[in-house]
Design a protein around this ligand. Structure first.
Ligand code: ATP
Ligand code: MG
Length: 361
């Protein structure tokens, strides 16, 4: 969990001991903001709104089945139409009582971090609802759902190679922005980067979502030791798992796993495989730099006319460096962005589409 954030909030609560208000009454960001860690000049609230429970019910037709989009660890997600007419995705917190405190923390982190960020590759938070014990997060609606469903879920036409490259580049740019200090003044580790947290808009532009586990890296520190390893099985940085040391490079590892999903069309963890083949990284790691063997793991759904083997080899090589066990040997997200631009250029040039210039990507 984002311990720095929470402790800042708790400290503030303790120091305001004269304030006897109900802990379930959500306080706006200003009350519990990251006063100790964050520079003053950060972007704040891009028009994100506070909604009532009634507005959430109205927007989703009382959480009707036809508006149901999917379910995750936090609760169900519904499509909704706000009074303004805007279509949004509404995530409803539904947790058993023993998990409520954890959910509340994730809710606060999501609202605080995401309302400060603005980037075309990060999903935007339109607002939230904290009415009594009810908690909702309201996001821009992403018409094409999450990346994993497109790779190996719903039976629609599969994404071809140029679109996959564009998704990889968009996600890389989103992570690079989080890792740079330009977002909130200090780098942010996402900590739960995975293909279900990459959402796709109408044009298949990738946007990263779910910042509930995100952690601001304290200034001047490159690692942060956590008491519990959090994230999703299949995307865990082995160094973080074994030492508890969180670095920006943990996101790079998870990014490498997503690159492998894009390349192979396989899941990060596939429980239908035998015990030795369940983990995608272990399955393919050793063949990523062997061009002959590499061909065997290319997603068979990819149309052969959409890729060049040169671009596949470059992509596999980048993925292999992202998932290195030693975090210091992995590239930075900035480097990944540059390499993916080059890979896109190489692919389009190899296919004869010389209209691309590197500058345009
Ligand atoms: N902004 C959005 N627009 C459209 N669909 C969304 C949006 N946010 C989430 N969804 C959909 O809702 C479903 C549940 O998302 P959710 O983030 O709760 O779960 P998850 O990513 O599968 O797991 P986790 O809880 O670990 O993040 C997903 O299928 C996702 O595609
Ligand atoms: Mg998610």
């Amino acid at each position: 969990m984002p311990f720095g954030l929470v402790s800042a909030w708790n400290k503030r609560r303790r120091s305001k001991s004269h304030d006897h208000s109900d802990p379930w009454v959500y306080r706006p960001v200003e009350y519990w903001q990251l006063e100790d860690q964050t520079p003053r000049s950060t972007k704040r609230h891009h028009g994100s709104s506070v909604f009532t429970l009634r507005e959430m019910e109205e927007a989703t037709g009382l959480f009707s089945d036809e508006n149901f989009l999917g379910k995750g660890g936090f609760g169900r997600v519904y499509r909704g139409t706000l009074r303004s007419g805007e279509i949004v995705a509404i995530k409803k917190m539904e947790l058993p009582p023993f998990k409520e405190a954890e959910g509340e923390r994730e809710f606060r982190v999501e609202v605080d971090i995401l309302s400060r960020l603005e980037h075309q590759n990060l999903v935007s938070l339109r607002g939230y609802c904290a009415d009594g014990k009810h908690r909702f997060l309201v996001y821009e609606y992403m018409k094409n759902g999450n990346l994993q469903d497109h790779l190996n879920g719903i039976g629609e036409a599969k994404m071809d190679w140029p679109i996959r490259l564009r998704v990889a580049l968009g996600a890389a740019k989103g992570l690079a922005y989080l890792h740079s200090s330009s977002a909130v003044g200090i780098p942010i580790v996402h900590r739960d980067f995975k293909s279900t947290n990459i959402l796709l808009d109408t044009n298949f532009e990738a946007k990263i979502s779910d910042f509930g586990l995100a952690k601001l890296m304290p200034e001047g520190e490159e690692t942060y030791v956590t008491a519990r390893v959090l994230g999703t099985f299949g995307y865990f940085d082995p160094e973080y798992t074994s030492t508890g040391k969180l670095t920006l490079q943990s996101d790079v590892y998870a990014f490498g796993v997503v690159l492998l999903e894009l390349l192979t069309g396989r899941r990060a963890v596939d429980l239908n495989q035998g015990p030795n083949d369940q983990n995608l990284v272990l399955q393919v790691r050793n063949i990523l730099n062997d061009r002959k063997k590499l061909r065997k793991v290319i997603d068979p759904e990819l149309s052969r006319s959409s890729y060049t083997l040169e671009s596949i080899a470059m992509f596999a090589n980048l993925a292999s460096r992202c998932v290195r066990t030693e975090s210091s040997e992995r590239p930075s997200m900035e480097e990944c962005v540059k390499e993916l631009q080059l890979i896109m250029y190489t692919n389009s040039k190899g296919l004869g589409g010389v209209t691309y210039t590197l500058r345009k990507l």
